[in-house]
Design a protein around this ligand. Structure first.
Ligand SMILES: Cc1cc2nc3c(=O)[nH]c(=O)nc-3n(C[C@H](O)[C@H](O)[C@H](O)COP(=O)(O)OP(=O)(O)OC[C@H]3O[C@@H](n4cnc5c(N)ncnc54)[C@H](O)[C@@H]3O)c2cc1C
Length: 509
């Protein structure tokens, strides 16, 4: 009986846990949630300052990108969450919505119902916000959004140095304005990570109409004509078929959702045929339009390290800046993360003690793709974000490094720093900075867009997140973003899933 559902959801990540919890609120609806990972008891997941230790853990798919031409031919490690909570169980817990105009832009690209006025109620519904209820914030929602009460003195020095450079103090980057410097709000509850597993799934786990299959990989979707009807899974010991009377929802994330569609014969016919996969439905945009944020850590040796609290998210401080000569139509151009201890890629090279101000272009123009490596579902996909292929992205990183250096030169931060370790004092010209940025930048782990929402040939789903040309199949995760949001992606994806749950309930009352 457990293998027959009304709704089958693939992936218990940021989006999937929300969907499973919301859709099983109606006891008459049978929901099956299929997740490759398991519930995690790891302190690397639970304790906020241990998140960078997740690298070799079972909770990480531990992918890697293709060699990146724009990054000095380096392959970039590409962690994705593999546990209940998905990537919300391994992320850095920064709570950001992005710019309200991000969503008006989505709507203007041909996606009715996705403007800021449409999505704000869902952002409010998902949160239990430390600032209390207001026009912009909600309380009583499943996800705790908290403040950082004991930031590291280095982070505080960063904030004051940025203010000395003319940036205004911003107490809430999800408030009326995104610009300025301040502390990030976090997805932490009582000192521990609040993933979507904790916030949404755990309270729903006891429902008899919700069946969570852990440690099971979805292998392929089955169709009757143009209707998705079932999904094959490998549960560790046997191949099973889960039937869905109403819908299958793919929430496997921006890397694995397009992979699963392609394995099921939905994608670019030529590519599918190359791998010997029978074409079920031609949809060349599947896996295309991959967009990710890139970060360049500007690293400084510290005169003396100051230990971070166990509740620290490490990337404690933030700054949003609009360029003087703004090229974009809206929003901030650059986001910064102030990290009071040695950042992960630098720590891997054994350099310590250090702090970093990491620079990220908010809406990069570079686009890449996710492709199949083979027709074997157990093979990792080919991930090619094609970083810095848009020259404007490099120009923004260069400008960001200069802004970070200016802040590091200002008091009270300057007094705590010894010297710049990376890119290094030698890198002064645009050309030298460009070389250093290509040699040292890495992902911010925000892949989106590989099953883009929209109407044209470059789209995979419509504004109700239904796969074009097929029935009873939706995608609800980072893949559907038509354009990356101007900050971290977890909250926007949870919002997407909250809204999608309403869409499914309307379709199947
Ligand atoms: C190291 C790191 C730090 C980050 N920090 C932040 C941050 O501070 N703030 C922020 O806003 N964002 C952050 N992000 C990004 C954010 O967490 C992700 O964008 C978001 O969690 C993605 O949600 P999703 O639902 O699209 O996918 P996921 O949460 O990745 O969920 C996909 C789920 O599907 C499962 N799955 C995949 N394939 C299969 C299959 N074939 N069968 C069964 N199950 C499958 C996976 O195991 C996973 O549980 C970070 C990401 C990383 C990696």
């Amino acid at each position: 009986m457990n293998d027959i559902a009304d709704i089958a959801i693939v992936g218990a990540g940021s989006a999937g846990c929300v969907l499973a919890a919301r859709l099983s609120e109606d006891p008459g609806r049978r929901v099956v949630l299929i997740e490759a990972g398991r519930q995690s008891q790891s302190s690397h997941v639970r304790q906020p300052n241990q998140w960078p230790l997740i690298w070799d853990d079972a909770e990480n798919w531990a992918y890697s990108t293709k060699l990146q031409a724009g990054l000095a031919l380096r392959a970039i490690p590409y962690p994705r969450g593999k546990a209940l909570g998905g990537t919300s169980a391994i992320n850095a817990m920064i709570a950001m919505r992005g710019d309200p105009m991000d969503y008006d832009h989505w709507r203007n690209l041909g996606n009715p119902g996705w403007g800021w006025g449409d999505v704000l109620p869902y952002f409010k519904r998902l949160e239990d916000h430390v600032l209390g209820p207001s026009d912009l914030h909600g309380t009583g929602g499943p996800l705790t959004i908290s403040a950082q009460n004991s930031p590291n003195p280095i982070t505080q020095a960063f904030i004051h140095a940025a203010m000395a450079c003319g940036h205004r103090h911003n107490p809430d980057f999800n408030g009326a304005q995104q610009d300025g410097v301040g502390l990030y709000h976090t997805t932490i509850r009582n000192g521990e990570r609040c993933s979507t597993a904790k916030a949404y799934l755990e309270p729903a786990m006891g429902r008899p109409n919700l069946h969570v299959i852990e440690g099971a990989r979805a292998l392929q979707i089955h169709f009757e004509g143009d209707r998705a009807v079932a999904i094959d899974i490998w549960d560790g010991s046997q191949r099973r078929r889960i039937h869905a009377n109403q819908e299958i929802i793919l929430s496997a994330g921006a890397i694995d959702t397009p992979k699963l569609l392609m394995l099921s014969g939905v994608g670019d016919p030529l590519t599918l045929q190359t791998h010997g996969i029978q074409v079920r439905h031609a949809l060349p945009a599947v896996g295309m339009n991959l967009c990710d944020h890139l970060q360049t850590p500007v690293v400084f040796a510290l005169k003396a390290p100051l230990a971070t609290a166990p509740t620290s998210i490490l990337a404690e401080g933030g700054l949003f800046v609009k360029r003087a000569q703004a090229l974009s139509e809206f929003g901030m151009d650059l986001q910064f993360f102030a990290m009071p201890q040695t950042p992960v890629p630098i720590a891997a090279r054994g350099v310590a003690p250090a702090m970093a101000i990491s620079v990220q272009a908010c809406r990069p123009g570079s686009r890449g793709q996710v492709r199949l490596r083979s027709s074997d579902p157990l093979d990792a996909p080919v991930i090619d974000p094609n970083y810095l292929s848009d020259p404007e992205d490099l120009a923004l990183q260069v400008e960001g490094v200069r802004i970070a250096r200016k802040i590091a030169d200002a008091e009270p931060l300057a007094a705590l720093l010894q010297s710049e370790l990376s890119p290094g004092a030698h890198a002064l010209s645009d050309a030298a900075l460009g070389v250093a940025i290509r040699a040292t930048s890495t992902t911010v782990w925000h892949p989106v867009g590989t099953c883009r929402m929209g109407l044209g040939d470059d789209a995979v789903v419509d504004a109700l997140l239904r796969v074009h040309g097929l029935r009873n199949l939706r995608v609800v995760d980072a893949s559907v973003m038509p354009q990356i949001t101007s900050a971290n992606t977890n909250l926007p994806i949870i919002m997407l899933a909250e809204k999608a749950a309403d869409m499914v309930q309307l379709a199947w009352p």
